[in-house]
Design a binder for this molecule. Structure first.
Ligand SMILES: [Cu+2]
Length: 497
């Protein structure tokens, strides 16, 4: 019995009718996919509670049908054996299956493009250079699609047309110089066209830093982005990675922030010194604590506490504790010395960073040229703004930039996309760590300079300006004043610019 089943199963999977069986397996899936595609929804997680007896019956039914089909083919091949006459010409059948597959896959691709294309395609470009990028993409897609369609159609047609026939012998065709020449020269010409056009376009976009372009700094860190706009002085303050601290995430050369970082480091070192001085006392006290705890069944009852106390006592006695403190102190000292060295550089501590604005959103004005200067704090990130057709690596210690002109506002894009909630985003496009997927910053394109100015005026400066002394008409002191309506501030900003 067992042998019989084995042979039967083997015959299903090894004979020529395997392909046909496969098609019968896949047909229900195709039908299911079609039904599911009517409503486009995000993929659901597998939910076993949605399964009931009906679904199980369907599965059993499918398996039974499969077995029956296998059985029918079995009878066919048995008949062939007994009568010596072919019931089904499998070579011919496979040829037809190839043709059906060709037509089915073309129809499937067409269907997907029409009904689901809008969900996966990137949509219109919203920058000036984006038009060229899109045209390049279309040309590449056009060329490759034609080649793909011809070769695939021929592949399946040949499977059909030249399937095995008795008394027909395959032609042994060894070499043809003309053919070789054609399939070398034609792709070479096409590829040269595509590559040169790409090279030209990229050069035009990135070779020269545009003049009269507004500069914005885009700062990447694990895991987020910050933007920095120059303040009213229209000058970006200097920065250095050693100045980065909790208060100063961008490491800007701001007197107060760097001084408090110095004070923090000095206090840390003092604290470590105190710990080193009292290390012998600490060791004694840990020894006592351990002895007091290590009675009865405490060690077994509280293994974590036991282990903790034991390690402390051992490290205190062996001097490992002091060594660790000394190492920590050396590291803090190195950082402190580095910060102090750069702190002396009066060239960079010129108060230029004080009125800079660090923002959690990027706001642009339609039709204006912008240059983004990228900076990374920790690892390599990549700034990607797909709707503007731009991407640039953001590398620690390396200055990279990208420039573009937005051509439509967020409001216009919302109407175009028929989506009132649509926003432009700048994403990270380098897998930079655990929360990489969530690393993005909103980009809003507004219609007028006035809207932009209102927004910028509402953003806090890096250093809150001092309360203004009573000196009416002094623009410099008035600028940062927190009271005063937005239009007033706007006027002041435009004046000083
Ligand atoms: Cu990243």
């Amino acid at each position: 019995m067992k042998n019989y089943l084995l042979t039967k199963t083997a015959s299903v999977f090894s004979s020529k009718n395997f392909l046909t069986v496969l098609i019968f397996i896949f047909l229900p899936f195709v039908a299911m996919a079609q039904a599911a595609s009517d409503v486009v929804q995000p993929p659901k997680e597998f939910d076993p509670s949605g399964w009931n007896w009906v679904s199980i019956c369907y599965i059993v039914l499918a398996v039974l049908i499969l077995l029956i089909i296998a059985r029918v083919f079995d009878i066919g091949s048995l008949t062939e054996k007994v009568t010596g006459r072919k019931v089904i010409n499998w070579d011919k059948a496979n040829g037809w299956i190839a043709i059906l597959f060709l037509i089915g896959s073309i129809a499937g691709v067409w269907y997907e493009m029409i009904y689901h294309g809008k969900h996966v395609m990137i949509g219109n470009s919203y920058s000036e250079h984006g038009e060229t990028i899109d045209s390049m993409f279309n040309w590449t897609f056009g060329f490759t699609f034609v080649v793909f369609a011809i070769t695939e159609a021929l592949l399946f047609y040949f499977m059909f047309r030249y399937s095995y026939r008795e008394n027909k012998k395959a032609l042994y065709y060894f070499h043809n110089n003309k053919l070789e020449l054609v399939w070398t020269v034609v792709p070479a010409i096409v590829l040269t066209f595509l590559v040169l056009r790409g090279f030209n376009t990229w050069s035009r976009i990135t070779a020269e830093r545009p003049k009269n372009s507004q500069e914005i700094e885009v700062f990447a860190y694990q895991f987020g982005w910050k933007a920095r706009y120059a303040g009213a002085d229209n000058k970006f303050g200097a920065h250095h990675f050693t100045f980065i601290s909790g208060k100063n995430p961008l490491g800007l050369a701001v007197d107060g922030n760097v001084d408090s970082l110095v004070a923090e480091l000095q206090a840390d070192i003092k604290g470590i010194d105190a710990k080193i001085a009292s290390a012998p006392d600490s060791a004694k006290s840990w020894e006592k604590q351990f002895a007091a705890f290590n009675v009865g069944s405490n060690a077994a009852a509280y293994p974590a506490v036991y282990k903790d106390l034991k390690t402390k006592m051992q490290e205190g006695n062996s001097g490992a504790y002091v060594e660790r403190l000394k190492k920590d102190k050396r590291r803090k000292n190195t950082t402190l010395n580095r910060v102090l060295t750069y702190r002396k550089d009066n060239g960079i501590f010129n108060n230029a960073a004080n009125d800079d604005k660090v923002t959690t959103e990027i706001v642009l004005v339609k039709g204006k040229s912008y240059t983004f200067n990228f900076r990374a704090r920790d690892v390599i990130h990549s700034a990607w703004f797909p709707d503007f057709r731009g991407q640039m690596n953001v590398v620690p210690g390396m200055a990279t930039w990208f420039s573009f002109v937005p051509t439509k506002t967020t409001a216009q894009a919302r109407i175009e996309k028929n989506n009132p909630e649509f926003e432009f985003y700048l994403y990270c496009n380098k897998i930079c760590g655990a929360a990489h997927y969530n690393m993005k910053i909103k980009m809003t394109v507004v219609e007028s300079e006035a809207e932009y100015n209102t927004w910028l005026a509402a953003q806090p400066a890096v250093v809150a300006p001092p309360a203004p002394a009573t000196a009416p008409g002094d623009d410099k002191k008035e600028q940062g004043k927190d009271s005063g309506s937005a239009p007033q501030k706007m006027a002041m900003i435009t004046k000083t610019r």
